[in-house]
Design a protein around this ligand. Structure first.
Ligand code: PLP
Length: 447
C-alpha cells in the first residue's frame, strides 16, 4: 500500500516514560491515569509497552465485550469500511436500520436513536422527557443517589455524586436525587413538575448495586400512575453483561418467567430473549459494550413515545454510521452464536461464589461481594492497615495498583469497591487465573 503521509517516528518499545511525556505535554490532564501504557491485546490479555502481560478483567470499563483484537470485529470494520464509513443522517443506510431492529427486538416494541457515547445517549433521553412534559410545564427528572449518567453538563446534573459536579456549578436545573432502591422515597419526591425517573438497573460507578425486582416493578407502577417516563441507563449493565440482554430482564426473570409460564404452555429457552411482557421502561440508554470498543451509543424508546422526537428535534452528525452499526450487528451476532450471555452468567456465578468464599477466608479484607453476571464488585473493609501505597489515594485505587503489579486489571468504584467487568467470552481457566491472583493479593493484606 502507498504511504500518503510518512509515518511518525516509532515510540521506542519499553519506554513508558516517553509515552507519559507526550501526555503531560499535550493531553488535557482531566483523568487520573494509572502508570500503565498498553500497546496491544489479544482476547482477555493486554500487553504493556514493556511487553508485560495483564489479564484484563476490566475490558476498558465494560466496553470490550469480545476482548481485544477479536477477528470478527476486525473483519466487520474492514469489510464495511471498504463499502461506506459515513454519509450523515440526511440519508438512509441499511446497517443503521438493521441495528435498530436488532436492539428493539431484544428490548420491546419501540424505536432507536443512535448517538456516540453513553453521555450523549442519556442527553437524548433527557430531551425526550422534556419534550414529553413540555406542554404541561413538566421538566423535572428524578435520578438516584450514587448514580452515574455521564460527564456532559446535564449528565453531571443527573449524576447523584457531588464529586462530578464540583467546580462546574451552576448545575443544569431540573434534576433531583432520590435514594436508590427506595420506592417510598421516589413517591414522596414527585412534584407537579416531575416528568421522569431515571435509574441504572445495576449501579456501576456507584459500586455494583443491583436494583431490587420489587423496586423496578414499583417504579413502573408509580410512573404509570403519575404519568412519568421510566428511563433506564443501561450503558454499563446492558448488552448481555448480566446474563440477559438488559439488566432488568435478568433482575425480573424469575418474576417474568412465572408470568410467562402462566400465559404460554411451551416456553422454550430461545424465547428468553423476548422482552418481558410485564415490565418495560419507557426509555433505555446503551453504549459501552454496544460497539465492543468502537464508539457508539443509542437509546431505545418505547412505542407510545417513539415518535415524540420528530424531524428536526434531535440530531448528531456521527450517530449510527454504517461502520459503527456494522460492528454493533456483528457483536450481537457473535455474542448470541457463541452463547456469551450464558457464559457471562456462568463466569459471573463463579466469581461471586469464589469471592464470597474468599470473603469468609479473609474477613479482615473483604466486607461484601455483589454482582449480576459479569458485573461483579467486592467491597474492601475500611482502614486496611496492611494495604500499601500512597495514603492520599483511596483504598480501591491502591488495591487496583497491587493487582496491576500482580498482572490483573480491574476497575475501582468509589473509595472501597473493586469492580470486575471482564470480556463476556472470558474462559474458565482465565477466570481461575484471575481469581488466584486476586487471592494472592488479598492474602498479603489480611491482618
Ligand atoms: C460510562 C457510563 C455513562 C457515560 O458513558 P460515556 O460513553 O462515558 O459518555 C453513563 N452511564 C453509565 C451507567 C455509565 O457507566
Amino acid at each position: 500500500m502507498k504511504d500518503i503521509v510518512s509515518s511518525p517516528p516509532p515510540i521506542v518499545r519499553n519506554q513508558f516514560e516517553a509515552v507519559r511525556e507526550l501526555f503531560s505535554k499535550n493531553v488535557v490532564p482531566s483523568y487520573g491515569r494509572f502508570d500503565l501504557a498498553f500497546s496491544h491485546g489479544a482476547g482477555s490479555n493486554l500487553f504493556d509497552v514493556a511487553g508485560k502481560r495483564y489479564l484484563d478483567l476490566g475490558s476498558g470499563i465494560a466496553v470490550c465485550s469480545l476482548g481485544h483484537a477479536h477477528p470478527a470485529i476486525t473483519e466487520a470494520l474492514v469489510e464495511q469500511s471498504r463499502k461506506l464509513v459515513h454519509v450523515s443522517n440526511l440519508y438512509y443506510t441499511e446497517p443503521q436500520g438493521r441495528l435498530a431492529a436488532a436492539l428493539a427486538q431484544r428490548i420491546g416494541p419501540g424505536k432507536v436513536f443512535f448517538a456516540n457515547s453513553g453521555g450523549e445517549a442519556n442527553e437524548g433521553l433527557f430531551k425526550l422527557a422534556r419534550k414529553f412534559g413540555h406542554d404541561e410545564g413538566r421538566f423535572e427528572i428524578l435520578t438516584a443517589e450514587n448514580s452515574f449518567h455521564g460527564r456532559t453538563l446535564a449528565g453531571i446534573a443527573a449524576t447523584g455524586q457531588d464529586k462530578v459536579k464540583k467546580g462546574f456549578e451552576p448545575m443544569v436545573s431540573g434534576f433531583r436525587h432520590i435514594p436508590f432502591n427506595n420506592l417510598e422515597a421516589a413517591r414522596k419526591a414527585i412534584s407537579p413538575a416531575t416528568v421522569a425517573i431515571m435509574i441504572e438497573g445495576v449501579q456501576g460507578e456507584g459500586g455494583v448495586m443491583p436494583a431490587k425486582p420489587e423496586y423496578l416493578l414499583g417504579l413502573r407502577a408509580l410512573c404509570d400512575e403519575k404519568k412519568l417516563l421510566l428511563l433506564m441507563d443501561g450503558v454499563q449493565c446492558g448488552h448481555f453483561r448480566t446474563g440477559r440482554f438488559q439488566s432488568f430482564q435478568r433482575i425480573l426473570e424469575n418474576v417474568g418467567q412465572a408470568s410467562r409460564l402462566s400465559q404460554t404452555s411451551n416456553v422454550k429457552d430461545g424465547d428468553r430473549r423476548d422482552a418481558s411482557p410485564m415490565f418495560l421502561p419507557d426509555g433505555l440508554s446503551m453504549a459501552k459494550s454496544l460497539g465492543g470498543g468502537f464508539p457508539i451509543g443509542a437509546f431505545w424508546v418505547r412505542a407510545p413515545f417513539a415518535d415524540l422526537l420528530g424531524p428536526g428535534t434531535h440530531a448528531t452528525t456521527f450517530g449510527g454510521t454504517p461502520l459503527a452499526c456494522a460492528v454493533g450487528l456483528k457483536i450481537i451476532e457473535v455474542i448470541e452464536r457463541e452463547k456469551l450471555a450464558e457464559n457471562a452468567r456462568a463466569r459471573g456465578d463463579f466469581f461471586t461464589a469464589e469471592l464470597s468464599r474468599l470473603g469468609k477466608k479473609y474477613p479482615g479484607v473483604i466486607a461484601d461481594v455483589r454482582g449480576l453476571g459479569l458485573m461483579v464488585g467486592f467491597e474492601l473493609k475500611p482502614d486496611l492497615a496492611k494495604l500499601p501505597g500512597d495514603a492520599t489515594k483511596s483504598q480501591s485505587i491502591r488495591f487496583v495498583k497491587l493487582l496491576h503489579a500482580a498482572g490483573v486489571l480491574t476497575i475501582p468504584a468509589g473509595a472501597n469497591v473493586i469492580r470486575l467487568l471482564p470480556p463476556l467470552n472470558l474462559r474458565r481457566d482465565e477466570a481461575e487465573e484471575g481469581l488466584q491472583i486476586l487471592e494472592s493479593v488479598i492474602a498479603k493484606i489480611e491482618a
